[in-house]
Design a binder for this molecule. Structure first.
Ligand code: 2IT
Length: 445
């Protein structure tokens, strides 16, 4: 590593001790934008990278609530308001026992560049809690959401900070959070996205992350003159992102042979389609966080405690959580003939796996591949501002065009002299430029 980059990273490491995931995300961006940064002395003079790696504001709060047995529970809530150069802070809320400050800082940092790539006016933010929805009753989920919003409401607003869903936060949770915000503020506004269609949500928002990921993969294949038709695809996860990705991949002629959960993975050689895709929603709604019931209902093999990356496929799409595909997994996939890995989860690959995949096959990072989710959140904000609802086709067409544009930005900023596209560099530089210019224009704030 360049000694100047190392010096910069040493500073970040010293200010953020032990925050491994945040440091991993920062290092990837800094390494890829460094040359560009050096070529533009006005960025350096304005200390853009130093400022970008420091959140504008971090909010941490106690979330006390009472479970169904009458016992008091205490969780921790967070909102990282990372960067507002391009618009109100925008990004999801994650409810998962693994949630830490470091994890949310990495997600908030990634969100800045992702949101910039969408070309919509959104800054970067992220939040959540270490609350574990697994096994909780619907009433417990509601009580927790109300307790969480009882503090968060004073920090957010439709022109300030607009949260949405992420792992553990779907339509049901957004509904409870919205209800509590409305009660406390006495205001019906577009303060959250991913809302139900009856009260200001957008068509295609639930599908958007997965659909967008497949539109992006379609563009990646197109530059090689290839398509999804007849391709075998491995997907991890079984939640909202996996659900959308499987649907669209199947629609475009691919065969998806895996989904996974914390308990292991399902291998379905016939391909997951039709009612099997609908069943993923039932699995998610059951709050049990397992995929094994899939093979009890349909055919297929269940591999307990394993990850899907050991199967022979053409394309792998991690859709679950960060660092879910490591270097050994990438080696296995490549040895089995896989030619494309696209992260639909945020930072789905470890740094080693992403590096290896970029060198040997086609690889694209989460902040480009999964930007369709937040893009349609941006479109939900537009519709809320206009007090209008667009038809499904209008939203889907806009989503498609946004994904095509993001792919074009990756090609523009990431094409090496030998013609190969470095999607990590392309996405990072493409996302960085607009934020840097906006920050300079707005002065030292
Ligand atoms: O990681 C992500 O981009 C999201 N969880 C969606 C964020 C949003 O505001 O829709």
């Amino acid at each position: 590593m360049d000694t100047k980059i190392k010096e910069f990273m040493d500073g970040v490491r010293m200010r953020n001790p032990g925050e491994d995931e945040f440091l991993q995300a920062v290092e990837e961006v800094v390494e890829t934008v460094w040359d560009f940064y050096q070529e533009n002395p006005h960025y350096k003079k304005a200390k853009i990278l130093e400022r970008m790696t420091e959140p504008e504001r971090v909010i941490m709060f106690r979330v006390p609530w009472v479970n169904d047995s009458g016992e008091v529970q205490v969780n921790r809530g967070y909102r990282i308001e990372f960067n507002s150069a391009l618009g109100p802070y925008k990004g999801g809320l994650r409810f998962h026992p693994s949630v830490t400050l470091s994890g949310l800082k990495f997600l908030g940092f990634e969100q800045i560049f992702k949101n910039s790539l969408t070309s919509l006016p959104m800054g970067g933010g992220k939040g959540g809690s270490d609350f574990n929805p697994k096994g909780k009753s619907d009433i417990e989920i509601m009580r927790f959401c109300q307790a969480f919003m009882s503090e968060l409401f004073r920090h957010i607003g439709p022109n300030t900070d607009v949260p949405a869903g992420d792992i553990g936060v779907g339509g049901r949770e957004i509904g409870y959070l919205f209800g509590q915000y409305k009660k406390l503020r006495n205001e019906f506004t577009g303060v959250l996205t991913g809302k139900g269609i009856e009260y200001g949500g957008s068509l295609i928002r639930p599908e958007a992350t997965g659909f967008g990921a497949i539109y992006f993969v379609k563009e990646m294949l197109a530059i090689k003159g290839d398509t999804l038709e007849g391709k075998t695809v491995s997907v991890s996860g079984f939640g909202n992102v996996a659900w959308g990705a499987v649907q669209k991949a199947v629609e475009l002629g691919a065969k998806v042979v895996t989904i996974s959960g914390p308990d292991g993975y399902v291998y379905d050689p016939e391909g997951i389609s039709g009612e099997k895709i609908d069943y993923m929603l039932e699995l998610r709604a059951s709050n049990m966080d397992v995929v094994k019931p899939f093979i009890e209902r349909f055919e297929g093999e269940f591999h307990a405690g394993k990850k899907p990356w050991e199967q022979k496929v053409d394309i792998a799409i991690p859709c679950a959580i960060q660092n879910e595909l490591n270097e050994d997994d990438a080696k296995k996939l490549i040895a089995n003939g896989c030619t494309l890995i696209a992260e639909a989860s945020n930072m789905g690959c470890t740094a080693d796996a992403a590096f290896l995949a970029s060198e040997k096959i086609m690889f694209a990072p989460g902040k480009a591949v999964n930007a369709g989710g937040v893009a349609v959140s941006g479109l939900e904000m537009s519709q809320n501002s206009m007090r209008l609802n667009w038809h499904e086709k209008e939203v889907d067409d806009r989503l498609k065009q946004i994904m095509i544009n993001i792919h074009a930005a990756c090609v523009r900023f990431g094409t090496a002299p030998n013609g190969k596209v470095d999607y990590i560099k392309g996405a990072n530089v493409g996302g960085f430029v607009k934020v840097a210019e906006a920050m300079i224009a707005q002065g030292v704030v």
